[in-house]
Design a protein around this ligand. Sequence first.
Ligand code: SF4
Ligand code: SF4
Length: 429
Amino acid sequence: MKRLNGIHVKHHKNTENCETKQFPMPKRLTVLMSQAMGAPCTPLVKKGDTVDKGQKIGDSDAFMSAPIHSPASGTVADVTDYLLPNGSRCKAVIIEPDGENRISPDVKPPVINSREDFVNAVRESGCVGLGGAGFPTHIKLRYDPVKTPIDTLVINGAECEPYITSDYREFMEDPDDVIDGISKIMEIMNIPMCKIGIEENKPSAIKLMTEKTANMKGVSVVTLPSSYPQGAEKVLIHSCTGRIVAEGELPSNQGVAVMNVSTVGFISRYLKTGMPLTEKRLTLDGNAATKNQGNYIVPIGTAVSELLEFCGAENPEKVLYGGPMMGFPLYDTEQAVTKVNNAVLAFKDVKTPETTACIRCGRCIRACPLNLMPTLLEQAYDRRDGAELARLKVNLCMNCGCCSYVCPANRHLAEKNQLAKALLPKPKK
Ligand code: SF4
Ligand code: SF4
C-alpha cells in the first residue's frame, strides 16, 4: 500500500512510563459552555445554586453539540462571559467545590435496549472525541446503516504528537475498558471489523492489545509507522484499511467510523457507572516543568496556572495547550482545561528562528500528507487571492504543521493556511 507523506519528528515521550495519578481538586473550576466542536451549551444553573458531581449544567438543542456536567459537588459562584483562546466568547459556569464529592442522583448506568438507546446514552454522557478533535461522539454513531453501512471501526491509538502519552497510558492502564468499549460498539452498532492502529514506537501497547484481542472475532491490531501525522483521520484510515476518504466525503462514506482509544475506554466506563465526562487524562511536560511531570486525571475546568504551579513551571516562556505540532500557545494561563485537552506543555529557552526567503526546495510539498502545495498556498495568501486558494484546496489543509516543520526558511506555512481559509469565496446560496 502506498504510504501517504509525513515527517519524522522527535518523540519526546518522556512520560510514557508515568502511571496516571489523580490531580488534586482545585478551589475553583471554570467550566466552559463551549468545550468541543459544535454549538455551545446554555447554562442550566445560576449563581448560588448547589451542584453535584455529574449533574448536567449545560445543554443545547443543536444537533451538533454535547451536554456539559459538573466535575465536582459545590456551589455555583458565578455564570459569566468568557473569552476563549481563539478570540470568541462563550458562557462559563464557575464552581467552588465543597470537598464532599456528592454524586448526582442522575448518575446511574444507562439502560440500553436498542441502538438508539446507545446513541442517546453516548450523547447524555457528554462524550466528544478525546484525541483532541472534540467531534461529538453521538454524531459519529447517528448514521443510517442502510444508506451508509459501516463495516470497520478504526481505533486511533497512534498518538503521533511529540510529548503526549495520555492515550498510551489508556492502553497500558485500562486495556479492559478499551476492549469492552470496542466490543460494545461493534455489537450494538453491528460493525463486524475493528482495526486498532498503534504506532510502532509503542511496542508494549501493541503487544498488550494483540494479546487481549487474540480471541476477538474481526478485531486486529495494525502496527503503524512512526511518522507524523499517523493519527490524522484520513491518514489513519488509509494506513489501517487502504481506503481513501476523498474530498467532500466523511469516513462513513468509506464504511469507516474512527474513534480515539480514550473515547472507547470512556464509553465503557460510562456504560458501567453512568458517570459522564467530568475529567480528562492529560500529559504534563515540557522543559520548563521541573517536577511532577506525568499523566494526571484532571477535573475539567481546572486552570492551566494550577497545572503549571504543580509541575514547578515558574514563568515559562511558552505554554502549549496540546502538542507542539497541532497544539496552540496560551496567551492566558488562567484558561481552563476542557474535554479536548490531552496535554499542557511548558517550555523555556524557546528559540524563534528567523524567517528567510523561500529557496524553492520543495520539501514542504513532499512533506504534506494531503499532497497540497504549501509554498504556492503561501504566495496566494500573501496576495489575498481567495480564488487561487480555493483552486489550491486550502480547505483540505488539516493544519498538521508538517510543511512548517520541514521548511529550511522557517516560513509560517501552516499558520498562514489557517488564516487563508477565511479568504475562501463564500459558497453560493
Ligand atoms: S499544514 Fe496543511 S499544507 Fe501543511 S503539511 Fe499539513 S495539511 Fe499540508
Ligand atoms: S519548504 Fe520552505 S523553502 Fe522549501 S519550497 Fe517550501 S516554503 Fe520554500
